[in-house]
Design a protein around this ligand. Structure first.
Ligand code: ADP
Length: 190
């Protein structure tokens, strides 16, 4: 399996680049943000809990996220590979992902980190908010999400550096040029 983690702060382009990667490498897609938003629009109990965290810009608790991923990986174990988008977001999630993949004799092949300066992130997310209607794309929540990224999510970089699968990519420029750089990183581990 080719398992790709696409990583970076909110607004770094993970979702956009995931679509390109899926098409080129024929991977299944797991976006925890999309899964959570589906729970919210389905008015499930999990959705109600998740919404209370998402609207504040906080992370949804690890147990909830890891349970969701566990269910998904089960059904994807026999595919070409998976792109993990917006997950793992904490060291506990990264450890859990390794364990879950290990149960299927698989591992993370590459972790692509999209590097984008903070000012650019805020600008992109405010612009997205005008069309997305996402309740968390407003200035106050955006700033909170970026600070949560800095404190809780950034340490995940060291986890993958230690594993030797870490690939930093400059996430500024045209979508196409960034995708070329991502493709080179993926091809180097295939
Ligand atoms: P973005 O990367 O732009 O913040 P996402 O759709 O990935 O957008 O995530 C939106 C929100 O969903 C996050 O701010 C967080 O509250 C929640 N979320 C998504 N993925 C996770 C995760 N792996 N762990 C905890 N919370 C998550």
């Amino acid at each position: 399996m080719l398992n790709v983690v696409i990583f970076g702060p909110p607004g770094s382009g993970k979702g956009t680049q995931s679509e390109n990667i899926i098409e080129k490498y024929n991977l299944a897609h797991i976006s925890t943000g999309d899964l959570l938003r589906a729970e919210i629009s389905g008015h499930t109990q999990l959705g109600t809990i998740a919404k209370s965290y998402i609207d504040k810009g906080d992370l949804v608790p690890d147990e909830i996220i890891i349970g969701m991923i566990d269910n998904k990986i089960e059904s994807l174990a026999h595919t070409n590979g998976v792109i993990f988008d917006g997950f793992p977001r904490t060291e506990a999630q990264a450890t859990a992902l390794d364990e879950l993949l290990h149960e299927h004799k698989a591992k993370v092949s590459v972790m692509v980190n999209l590097e984008v300066p903070k000012d650019e992130l805020v600008e992109r997310l405010l612009k997205r908010g005008e069309i997305s209607g996402r309740s968390d794309d407003n200035l106050e929540t955006i700033q909170k999400r970026i600070s949560v990224y800095e404190t809780q999510t950034k340490p995940v970089i060291d986890f993958y550096k230690k594993n030797g699968v870490y690939k930093p990519i400059k996430g500024v420029g045209s979508v196409q040029n960034i995708f070329v750089a991502i493709s080179e990183a993926i091809d180097s581990v295939k």
